[in-house]
Write a protein that binds this ligand. Structure first.
Ligand SMILES: *Cc1c(COP(=O)(O)O)cnc(C)c1O
Length: 407
């Protein structure tokens, strides 16, 4: 008899986005001539930088000729991309990361989901609330949690991110082994200072824990005092793995390219308490289960680091940051408390009412779609998330409608 992995049955059906789609469809049916503006999705809307498209085309042409054709590439990514990443994203910021510590992949979503298979099933996990659902659900699938009850999985240490702690969770008061952090944060848009991040690094060192640091939104940081990488913090190489992506800085959500940094010094422990390096384990995992990102996509990603690519991707992010500033100002002018919107494409708004009630109100009175905060965890109840991923015109129009509806 073939038996299923019953941990899958514990998963809460991902009703968030289908529920949103259902409500929007019902609204459109009832109001066929009202235009809906979507500020709910976490997907980019603008085209790839021209430098990336040029490199992409050239690489496709190489594939058309026997002498330049490429078959299977290195599972860890091509050297040209790994070198460019190490140099530009780390060494240029004083973080001593080398190319062989970079693992190129087809997404930070897959990597943050796959990485947990390196660790014991009994690993105690600490997960922020609200949270990007991938971290939680992949651990549920692996059997690292109990049942879902009272809005939470049993056996998980939740790290509350609330207005009281400025959406940067406090260090846990109970023992944990694996800690997920994401800054700039999705969904709250909050950022972490170097001192705050250092406290987490020191905590991981002192308690033999490991940090998984998701920096998918680092390109949105404009405040020079904020860390772009956890490796800007002394000692982090031993206790942290970092995830990056070309999705949000260069519009690769549909093109697919990301990378994970596993420093040589990064350690975990075996059941005897002896240190084990994580780098060879992740390398082994990738070589066994993954065959690399396509050559043209890696060429397109490497073009992000060219002079033109840098200017074009910065302009892309600046465009969304202008939208974010507009949203943040409009919402603050209406008297709402909010986080994010600077150094982040997300604005996290305390609605003083049920998340779904606020969602319906914005949809019905302004024709604007947001994401209800409750969909990201218990601490998201009472909040909504607005996203800056849309055109200036749509964002301006949406804010004008919200002003009229709620002002
Ligand atoms: C968008 C996003 C990513 C990027 O995922 P990809 O699979 O690389 O597209 C990673 N983490 C968070 C929190 C995100 O919002």
């Amino acid at each position: 008899m073939i038996t299923i992995n019953e941990h899958y049955l514990k998963l809460q059906s991902s009703y968030l986005f289908s529920n949103i789609a259902g409500r929007v469809a019902a609204f459109q049916q009832a109001n066929p001539d009202r235009e809906v503006i979507r500020l709910g999705i976490g997907d980019v809307t603008r085209a790839l930088p021209a430098a990336c498209i040029d490199a992409f085309h050239r690489a496709v042409d190489e594939m058309a000729v026997d002498s330049t054709f490429r078959g299977y590439g290195p599972e860890q990514g091509y050297e040209f991309l790994r070198e460019a990443i190490a140099e530009n994203d780390f060494q240029a910021r004083g973080a001593d990361i080398s190319a062989d510590e970079i693992f190129v992949s087809d997404g930070a979503k897959c990597d943050t989901g796959n990485i947990q298979e390196l660790f014991d099933t009994g690993t105690r996990i600490a997960i922020p609330d609200p949270v990007y659902p991938v971290y939680l659900d992949t651990n549920v699938m692996a059997g690292r949690t109990g049942k879902f009850a009272d809005d939470r999985y049993q056996g998980v240490v939740y790290l509350d991110s609330t207005v009281e702690n400025n959406y940067v969770p406090d260090l846990p008061s109970e023992p944990v082994d694996l800690i997920y952090l994401c800054f700039p944060n999705n969904p709250t848009g909050s950022t972490i200072t170097k001192d705050q991040l250092k406290a987490w690094v020191d905590f991981a060192k002192d308690t033999k824990a490991l940090i998984l640091f998701d920096a998918a939104y680092e390109a949105f940081i404009r405040d020079d005092s904020l860390p772009h990488s956890i490796y800007e913090i002394d000692g982090a190489k031993e206790v942290a793995i970092e995830f990056r992506s070309f999705s949000k800085n260069a519009g690769f959500t549909g093109t697919r390219c990301a990378y994970t940094v596993v420093p040589r010094e990064c350690r975990a422990f075996d059941s005897r308490g002896d240190k084990q390096a994580v780098h060879p384990l992740w390398n082994r995992r990738q070589c066994t289960k993954f065959n690399g990102v396509s050559y043209p996509v890696q060429r397109a990603a490497a073009a992000v680091y060219s002079e033109q690519g840098q200017a074009q991707s910065k302009a892309l992010v600046d465009y969304y940051l202008d939208n974010a500033a507009l949203i943040r100002k409009a919402v603050a002018d209406l008297g709402y408390d909010c986080a994010g919107g600077t150094n982040s494409p997300y604005i996290w708004i305390l609605g003083q009412r049920d998340s779904w009630e606020f969602f319906d109100e914005l949809l019905n009175s302004a024709g604007v779609v947001c994401t209800p905060g409750a969909g990201f965890g218990k601490c998201g109840q009472g909040y909504i998330r607005l996203s800056a991923f849309n055109s200036h015109e749509n964002v301006e129009k949406a804010m004008e409608r919200i002003r009229l509806a709620l002002g």
